[in-house]
Design a protein around this ligand. Structure first.
Ligand code: PRP
Length: 218
């Protein structure tokens, strides 16, 4: 049995067409079913639904043989022990620095001010500001990052931006892009040896599906 870990929402929705192109149908809809283990039309492949941030953990410890997760989550997790054979080019977005419209970020950086930055992406933010030589106090949040500059909790946030609508709705502006994000296939290294044939087939199925639809996001 091969177990694929997915998270509900955008990753699940954008993975379905790739699975379909690889001849795999998930037999239940996570939006209507409360089940966490979903069968597929392949007797030896099942999907498990986990929180996005837990996908690397499931794959690292063998709770799943492979998983699909954003580059952001992988970097924060550290990616230890995970084989990362494919960028699936789905769930594309970026991680950016954003501030209130009336905050002069460029001049704060120029003057060497110490910035308070709220984020869920502490490792990515730490690395980015260290490379820039900007001193920051990082405040770890788990969601609603946009609120931090509006309430005076922070000067800036580091967060995912996709359409930019959430920033706009909260009167924030994007001042720097840190990196582009897309979802990656990750594989448990031990499983790759123990279940080599079945996993290779699944990985090759994803690779072929990607080749069939190289520009579906553009
Ligand atoms: C992400 C991110 C922003 C929003 C950006 O949140 O944290 O809030 O999407 O998207 P936009 O640029 O298209 O408006 P998500 O919905 O993934 O939930 P989260 O706050 O739980 O991370």
């Amino acid at each position: 049995m091969i177990t694929l870990a997915l998270s509900k929402g955008r990753i699940f929705d954008e993975t379905l067409p790739l699975l379909r192109a690889a001849g795999i149908e998930v037999l239940e809809d996570p939006e209507t079913s409360r089940k966490l283990i979903l069968a597929t039309n392949k007797a030896d492949l099942r999907v498990v639904l986990v929180r996005a941030t837990d996908v690397p953990t499931y794959v690292e410890y063998g709770g799943a043989d492979l998983g699909i997760t954003g580059r952001d989550t992988l970097i924060e997790h550290g990616g230890q022990g995970l084989y990362q054979p494919l960028d699936l080019d789905i769930a594309r977005c970026r991680i950016s620095v954003a501030v209130r419209k009336d905050f002069d970020y460029a001049s704060a950086v120029r003057q060497g001010s110490r910035l308070r930055v709220a984020t869920k992406y502490v490792a990515i933010a730490r690395d980015f500001f260290a490379t820039k030589g900007v001193h920051v106090d990082l405040i770890k949040l788990y969601g609603s990052m946009e609120l931090a500059p509006l309430t005076g909790l922070a000067d800036a946030i580091v967060d995912l931006v996709s359409t930019g609508n959430t920033l706009k709705a909260n009167d924030l502006v994007e001042v720097e892009t840190i990196m582009d994000i897309s979802a990656r296939l990750v594989v448990n290294q031990a499983a790759l040896k123990l279940k080599q044939a079945a996993l290779r087939q699944t990985i090759d199925g994803f690779a072929a599906a990607l080749r069939q639809a190289p520009d579906r996001n553009s």
